[in-house]
Structures are given as structure tokens and as C-alpha cells.
Design a protein around this ligand. Sequence first.
Ligand code: HMG
Length: 426
Amino acid sequence: MKRGSNIGIDRLGVYVPDRALPLRDLAAARSVPPEKLLEGLGVHHMAVAPAYEDCVTLAANAGARALAMGGTAGRTDPGEIGLLIVATETAVDHAKPAAIFVHELLGLPPSCRTYEIKHACYGGTAALMVAAEWIASGVGRGRKALVIASDIAKYPPRSAGEPTQGAGAVAMVISGDPTVLALDLGLSGVHAANVHDFWRPLDRSQALVDGKYSLDCYLTALAGAFQEYRSRAIGTAFQLEAEAVTSDHLAAILYHTPFPRMAWKAHRVLAEEDWRSNPRRAAKLPADIEPEVRASYAEKVEPSLWAAQAVGNTYTASLYLCLAALLERQADRLAGRRIGMFSYGSGSCAEFYSGVVLSGAGALAGEIGLAAMLERRRSVSVAEYERHLGSGALGGEASPDLPPPDFRGAFFYRGTSDDRRAYSPV
Ligand code: HMG
């Protein structure tokens, strides 16, 4: 398989909080049938960030794991990082970026350009593309970029969005000689439109959402971004015939996953878009293609969803949590094959892009450690979860509880004094 570029993801570090709420318990507390959450949304636990974690500590903990990958010989020297972008929509300050705290905690050099970026859940992809283009332009002078997507998803208690919360971060080292995924730079399809599907006014700590409308906005953006991607792929990078079905050429397709059932809805729309564009198949109705879509979903989409089912929505990190989950289990099988990625951020901006999984990904996959991290989590009760509401991202607690002795993170939030937030290594 032809490589699209020599720029891409060199390391992929993941971090999720060590507390989780079983959604069966939330369903009981809210008098909702458990099947609605477990099957209808497709999620069985949601991560809960304790008061000593916020988007900064999640990001720094993921960043530390990414930099440490590759063992003593292969670890990334912080001095090699020339650009740090933290993507988040649960920032801790309106002016001071989460990124500058992370810069200090990870020991990055003063010459490292450092900032925070926001466009709802699309922010992680915006950061990834900026970093890849920074390397492609040559202005990085051979240095690497560190992109971290970090969020705590919060909706009001008892709202329809409540079971789609979650928390986590994914850090990616981007380089001109990547080990994990080579990006097909320039092949992306983008779709942007000003919509009020999900937003969070500056004075609120929980998101507002027009739930059903947000699903429509996501799917409209997917159709638009995928059609642009498809038209670029034909006759260019893949040199496909016009009637070829583009998704047939993707070994896996990953979607932004606010809840796993959304990935099924997305995959069905993508299949229909493929179908409609294919003159040989267009005579069939979408209902006729259902068995084929189910088979392609089981093969290409489901293997990336197991972590999202256990963590919930991680906003900017969601798509990259799916990537980490896929690679942890299937990197060797996918080596040399092209995968598709769809990123959606409410508001909205979306991007469909692809990349080729590299042969080095298999050796690093064992270090992602996502399954082990989920295994070690402690379940919280609904009462404990409700006590956590209002803490974390915007809580600004003077002195949250110290992390317990079994805390596996490298950094924690110490509290706020004189309006200044403080963080510590463990
Ligand atoms: P709701 O109204 O509570 O749920 O809200 P519902 O009635 O639509 O039911 C959900 C599913 O469960 C349905 O499946 C039901 O049929 C099924 P579907 O028909 O859609 O396939 N169901 C059952 N299944 C089995 N047994 C039962 C049962 N009862 C019902 N007994 C909604 C759902 C997603 C709207 C809500 O949770 C919400 O508002 N979530 C937040 C918004 C969201 O996640 N939007 C996704 C697209 S926008 C996006 O992804 C961006 C975002 O990540 C933010 C960003 O960009 O920063 C959100």
C-alpha cells in the first residue's frame, strides 16, 4: 500500500481516570431501562474525573505516557519537542492555556511553541493537522510536535446527555519519521457549518445540547466531509476508478464516538454515500445493502469501540481513544493498510481523513496499556458520582482530596490559591 506522506503519529499515549460509574447503576437511579443505555447508546461505564484531576492533569498524564514509550532507548526526549498543542473544550482558564501547565509538568523546552486550541470535539484533529503541516512546511527544523486531546464531558444531571459523559486524554507525538501511522496529508475532506447543536456558554460548566439535532448535524457533516475525501481519492492518491467504493479500500474506519451507537449510525450513512456515488450499485435501495453494511461494521468499525464503551465521551480525545483501542488489539493485522478517520466537532467542523498503519505500530501497541488501565479502575456509586459534579475542570476547589495511594497518574491537581491553580507530580 502506497504511503501518503512521511509525516504522522510516532507515539500514542492514553490516560483515563481511575474511577468509573457503571451505567446500569445510573439507569436504576434515573428510572430508565438499563437496555436504553447499554444497548441503545452502547456504553456500559463512564469515566468520572475525581476532584484531583482536570483537563491539565489528564493531558499531562497522557503526555508523559506518550513520551515514555519505546523503552529506555526509544523514549522521546522532551528537548526534541518544538510545538505543543493541547486541544480541549473543558479548559481551566479563559486566558491562560492548559498547555502551559502541561509544558512545565512535562519539562518541555522554553523554545517550544505552546498553546491551547478549541473547536468542540474537532479540536484534537485541528491540532493534529496543524502539527503535521508545521512539520511538512519545514519550519519545525526537524523537531517533533506533541498534540494532546484532553476533556471531561459534562452534561446537567438528569438530562438526556447525562449518560454520554466521560473523561480522558490521548497524546500523540507527531514526527517526520513516524512509527505508528503515516497521514495522507492533503487528502482530507472537510465540512464546516455554523449550527447550534451543542455549546457551552462561558459562565457554564456543563454543556447545552439539542440532542436529536446534534445527531443530524454530525451525519450531515459526515456526508459532506466524506464526499470531499472521496472525490480527492479518485484519480489521486488511490487512483480509484470513479465507480469504486472508497470505503472498500479502508481496512478500518474510526468515528468520533460520543456514544458507541453513534458509530453505527455514522457507518450506515457512509455506506449509503458510497452507494449513491457508485453508478453500478445505485439501482439498489439503502435497505438492500443492510446485511453488507452490518458485515462491514463488524469488520471495520467495532474493533475500535471497546474503550469508548467503557469510558464514554472524551470529546476531543474520542476519535483518538478509538485509534488507541484499535491499535492495542490489531496493530499487527493492520500493518501496511490504510484506515479512515472521521472527526466531528459541534458547532461545527468535521474532517474525514486517512493514514497507513506502519509496521512499527505493533511493537508499540503493547505499551498503550488501555485494557490494563480500564481493568484497574474502581467503580463509584451514583452518590459518589453526584458528589464529583462541580469538581474537576471548572471546580477550582481550594484543596481537593489528595489522590489515593493506588493512584497511577504521574501528576495531580493540588487546588487553587489566590486564583492560581497548582499541580504536582505524585
Ligand atoms: P434520548 O432522547 O434520551 O434517547 O437521547 P433516545 O430516546 O433517542 O434513545 C437512545 C437510543 O436508545 C435509541 O436508539 C432508542 O431506540 C434506544 P436509536 O433508535 O437512536 O438507534 N432505546 C432503547 N434500546 C433498548 N432498550 C430500550 C430502549 N429505549 C430506548 N428500552 C441522545 C439520546 C444521544 C440525544 C442524548 O444522550 C444526548 O443528547 N447526548 C448528547 C449529545 C450527543 O452525544 N450528540 C451526538 C452527536 S454531536 C457530537 O458527537 C458532538 C459532541 O461530542 C460534542 C462536541 O463536539 O464537543 C456531543
